[in-house]
Structures are given as C-alpha cells and as structure tokens.
Design a protein around this ligand. Structure first.
Ligand code: 13P
Ligand code: SF4
Length: 349
C-alpha cells in the first residue's frame, strides 16, 4: 500500500511541483487537447506534474500506455500511446523503451509483462483491479471445460495471467465476435463477462455459454435509463459499450469497444451523444470533436480512477510497483494473448 505522505515528501524534495502559471503557459499546446474539460486552475496544478513526468520518462527510457478511461491530464498530458485494451496490448508487444508504465488497471500491466517479459512494467497503483478480473480463477475455467467438454475457452483480457493461461485464446471487446466466429467448435465458452458474451451470442450462429462475471461500471445501466434519457433529450445518439447488459445495447444506436466508440463518434459527428460507458471516455475525446455535445450521465470506474499523475511520477521516480508474472504462467498466458493478436492482425482489426 502506497504511503502517500512519504510519496509527497520525497517528490517535493526532487521536483518543483507547486502550482505554476508559467509552467501551465509553457505547456499551452498540451492543454489545448483538454481545454473543454479541464479548467485553467486545475491545469495550473497538473502542469508541473506533466512537466516532471515527461522529463523523467526520457531519463528512464520509459513509455506510458494510457487506457481510454484515464483522466484527461493523464490521457493527453503524459501518455505516449493511448487506446483500448487491444490497441494497448498490441503496443506493449512492440515498444522499444525499457520501461512501461501502465496507466490503466492491473490486468493490463500483466498483459504488457506477458508480451514483453524482458521489460520493466510499473503499475502506479497495485490496487487498480477490475471486477471482471476478480470474478474468476483458473478453477472456474476448468469448471466450464468440465461442463462443456471440447468447447474452446475464449477469455476476455480483463482477467489474471493464471486465467489467461488456462484458456485457449483471449479476446477484447473490439475483436470478440471475430474470435468467437473463428473457433471451429459450434459451442464456445466465453469468460468472464456474461454481458459481453450475451451481446456476442446475439450476433453469431454459435452457441455461446458463459461465466457470470460483470463490470461494475457497465452493469449499472438499464434499458429504462436509456428510454427515459431519449424522451428527455430527443436527438441524442446513445452509444453503449458491449460490457452493458444486452437490453441496454439493444436500446442504443451503436455498441462498440472504447476505440469503436471513438471511431463511430468521429465518423458520424452527431450533434449530441451520450456515451454509455466510463466517464473519462467522453472527456478525452471532447476537444477533438468540438461539434459534438456530450450529454448525460456516466459511471466512474473506481479502479481506473486510482491512477493519478502523482502516482505515475512516483513509480517512475522510485521504480516501485514492478509487475511480475510467474514465467511458467506467463508462457501459457502469452499463447492465449498472442493467438488473439495474431488473429486480429490477420483479420485487419
Ligand atoms: P476496451 O477499452 O477494450 O473497450 O475495454 C473497456 C474496459 O472496460 C477496460 O477495462
Ligand atoms: Fe474492469 Fe469495468 Fe473498470 Fe474496465 S471499467 S476496469 S471492466 S471494472
């Protein structure tokens, strides 16, 4: 557990982190990417951290992989690569830097380590977990195999390395349908997200059986919420992540992974859009899409929100919170993740 007062004292001894108008102005072009969603007083506070992190990244030969659910100052201020789970996994297998800081949740850092075992992977907060990853162990995979003998196991990347190692292939929300369709068997086991599995089942001829896990962010939305919103704010495009329950997805105008959402909104440029997903998604794309008004409620992921500029600076400074995966587990997990990446590349995803 991070001792935040010790962290603050040490960081203050090494870096100039006082709120600074001069620093904020010097980083004006960075701020321009988030000025619709980050207020000037907040930027004056963030800018010294952004400056310190970007300088330290060079010294340490480090890159920051930022998920689409990071807050805008992390997403636009310090991330070298941003994207959805698939894009970040692909990037982790390619980066040249010696150190990867995972601005996301723990399973993403494990995936980076699995794909780049020779690199140092740092997690700004080890407690940044995921309700889906917590919902299943390798025993759960064996339980499903015993129930459906011969059926391949397609496991969402939102899982631990042990679970990936016990599976046949991984998937993310942007390639799940294609991966399921590519399986030879007529029955496919999907773990651990019951809603992603049900949403895929609605689009494929395969029989999809699933584990009863769920995302605490997306499971909160209801179809009634969406209908009421449409009535209250007509003309808004409703765009849902496939971790939402199927009746929510059915009520939406479009469903896709976080990168799918970005592409849809960028291509269509609706006048008003409600993103039925984690709150930072809309914030991170608001400045690049000034013609779109992002409206309505969103849900925050308490795990993603554990990541802050301060914690990123700390792990870069101290080298603490290195992520390790047992090499024998990593080897098997790599096969599942690599099989997904190879298939995705082959399909041009
Ligand atoms: P994607 O970015 O792959 O859509 O996943 C969403 C998510 O919940 C990651 O935690
Ligand atoms: Fe896990 Fe849901 Fe948070 Fe993503 S948004 S990290 S799936 S709890």
């Amino acid at each position: 557990m991070l001792n935040i007062s010790r962290v603050r004292t040490v960081l203050a001894d090494h870096y100039d982190l006082e709120p600074s108008q001069d620093c904020a102005e010097a980083l004006e072009s960075t701020y321009a990417r988030m000025s619709r969603v980050v207020t000037p007083p907040d930027w004056i506070t963030f800018a010294p951290y952004v400056r310190a992190i970007n300088a330290l990244k060079q010294e340490r030969n480090a890159v920051i992989l930022g998920h689409n659910y990071m807050t805008p100052e992390i997403f636009h201020g310090v991330s070298d690569f941003v994207g959805d789970s698939l894009q970040l996994a692909m990037k982790a297998s390619e980066v040249e830097a010696q150190v990867i800081v995972q601005a996301g949740v723990h399973f993403m850092a494990e995936t980076s380590k699995i794909l780049s075992p020779e690199k140092t992977v740092l997690m700004p907060d080890m407690d940044a977990g995921c309700s889906l990853a917590e919902s299943i162990t390798a025993d759960g995979i064996e339980e499903m195999r015993a129930k459906y003998p011969g059926a391949p196991v397609v496991t969402y990347v939102n899982t631990t390395a042990e679970v990936k190692a016990a599976s046949d292939i991984c998937c993310t929300s942007s390639n799940a349908l294609q991966i399921v369709n590519a399986m030879e068997s007529d029955t496919v086991i999907m773990t651990p997200d019951q809603y992603l599995a049900q949403n895929i089942a609605n689009q494929t001829h395969k029989k999809v059986v699933y584990w009863p896990g769920s995302c605490i962010v997306h499971e909160q939305y209801t179809a009634k919420d969406l209908r009421e919103f449409r009535e209250w704010n007509p003309g808004t495009e409703l765009i849902a992540h496939p971790e939402c329950p199927p009746d929510v997805v059915a009520e939406a105008d479009f469903s896709g992974s976080t990168s799918g959402i970005l592409k849809y909104v960028t291509d269509r440029k609706p006048e008003k859009a409600l993103l039925i997903t984690e709150c930072s998604m809309a914030s991170n794309i608001a400045d690049q899409l000034p013609e779109v008004e992002f409206v309505g409620p969103c849900n925050m992921c308490p795990y993603m929100k554990k990541i802050s500029l301060e914690k990123i600076l700390w792990v870069l400074h101290s080298g603490e919170n290195e992520v390790f995966v047992d090499p024998s587990v990593a080897e098997k997990a790599r096969q599942s993740v690599q099989a997904m990446i190879d298939l995705s590349r082959k399909l041009g995803l």
